[in-house]
Design a binder for this molecule. Structure first.
Ligand code: SF4
Length: 352
């Protein structure tokens, strides 16, 4: 059965949005100015009874601020769980739009602010809810499994939400019960899960503009230059890149692997923001970003997400003052979207 492909105009509009995001330039600041912004951000967070939750892919400065001020740096699910359990009345999300939505779905009574409301995700953009819902209607016999990188509306249509850390196990369990599934939106992760489990998955055709840029040939060259290196790969990458991996896993699993593996040199195929956490948690080891062949093939590593990089300290301060980036979700959609997310949380807890 053919997977639904994104139309050419859909792909162009995603690329255009990514280019617009990439063109956002941050002011160049002196270290004294940065320090002052950091201090001001910390004071505002405390004054507003707000906690900052940041994704591993945002700028290292925001990651450090989140940790210094009692917030967290995590993957999207852990960010939402942290916001839920933290006593602060306001959760400020440094990441992309769907992360703010997930936090709001789980914590409807809290004020959830996003640092940058224009920060999107090519997986979310590539899975519009009306088209996805129509596709699901054509396959009513299939269980709908969607990745966390989707809108609240798409989650509301799903039976299960998953993160990359539990995708293989959950799909294997559902397949063992005889279930056939729709998988959305990332076709590379879906293909990986399908190969790992042998499950009957019908794949949506989306992709992450960062991970699909990793190229096996140049990665192989780098491996030859550093035969001692271990290669850590996120499964949103193409199959040819995954084949070269020593470890394939979610952001949290890759950070753990960097700590546990007996090697001092790592090549990392995921968004380069993760290198900050790897270096911080494993001093003395060397981490380099896996090569890509993007941007006219001159770029050695373009492994950065233009939307994640829109988040910065000035935006955070402006948002804490104006509170004009609150996340609002229609209550009926929120209630429906909470069901597959809570199912995922319970599944994760069961597995320990
Ligand atoms: S790195 Fe890819 S999956 Fe993550 S937010 Fe950016 S576009 Fe989306």
């Amino acid at each position: 059965m053919r997977m639904p492909q994104l139309s050419q105009s859909d792909s162009i509009s995603i690329a255009d949005k990514a280019r617009q995001a990439r063109s956002v330039t941050h002011e160049t600041l002196t270290s004294t100015e940065r320090q002052s912004l950091r201090q001001q951000s910390g004071e505002l967070l405390a004054h507003e009874d707000a906690v900052l939750v940041a994704h591993y892919y945002v700028d290292s400065e925001l990651q450090e601020l989140a940790e210094e001020t009692g917030g967290c740096v995590a993957d999207s699910l852990e960010m939402a769980r942290f916001g839920l359990t933290h006593p602060a009345s306001t959760v400020v999300v440094a990441g992309v739009r769907f992360m703010g939505e997930t936090a709001k779905i789980l914590s409807p009574e809290k004020q959830v602010l996003v640092v940058e409301p224009q920060a999107e995700c090519s997986l979310d953009l590539g899975c519009p809810s009306a088209a996805f819902s129509a596709f699901c209607d054509q396959h009513p016999e299939r269980t709908i499994v969607v990745y966390a990188n989707t809108s609240a509306e798409v989650k509301a249509r799903a039976d299960w939400v998953v993160t990359s850390s539990i995708a293989v196990d959950l799909v294997a369990d559902l397949a063992a019960k005889g279930e056939k599934m729709i998988w959305a939106p990332d076709r590379y992760l879906g293909d990986y899960v399908k190969r790992q489990t042998g499950a009957d998955l019908l794949l949506w055709g989306g992709s992450c503009i960062v991970h699909e840029e990793f190229k096996a040939e140049v990665l192989l060259n780098l491996k030859h230059q550093h035969p001692e290196a271990k290669v850590l790969v996120h499964p949103e990458s193409p199959a040819s890149v995954i084949e070269l991996a020593d470890i394939v896993g979610s952001t949290s699993q890759l950070i753990l692997a960097a700590q546990e593996l007996d090697s001092s040199f790592f090549i990392v195929a995921t968004e380069e923001g993760i290198l900050h956490k790897m270096r911080q948690s494993t001093p003395g080891k060397t981490f380099v970003a896996a090569p890509t062949a993007g941007e006219g093939a001159t770029c050695v590593s373009c492994a950065h997400c233009p939307w994640m990089k829109m988040n910065d300290l000035q935006r955070l301060i402006a948002v804490l003052k104006a509170k004009d980036t609150q996340v609002h979700i229609d209550e009926a959609i929120r209630v429906r979207a909470a069901v597959p997310i809570q199912r995922m949380v319970a599944y994760g807890q069961q597995r320990g």
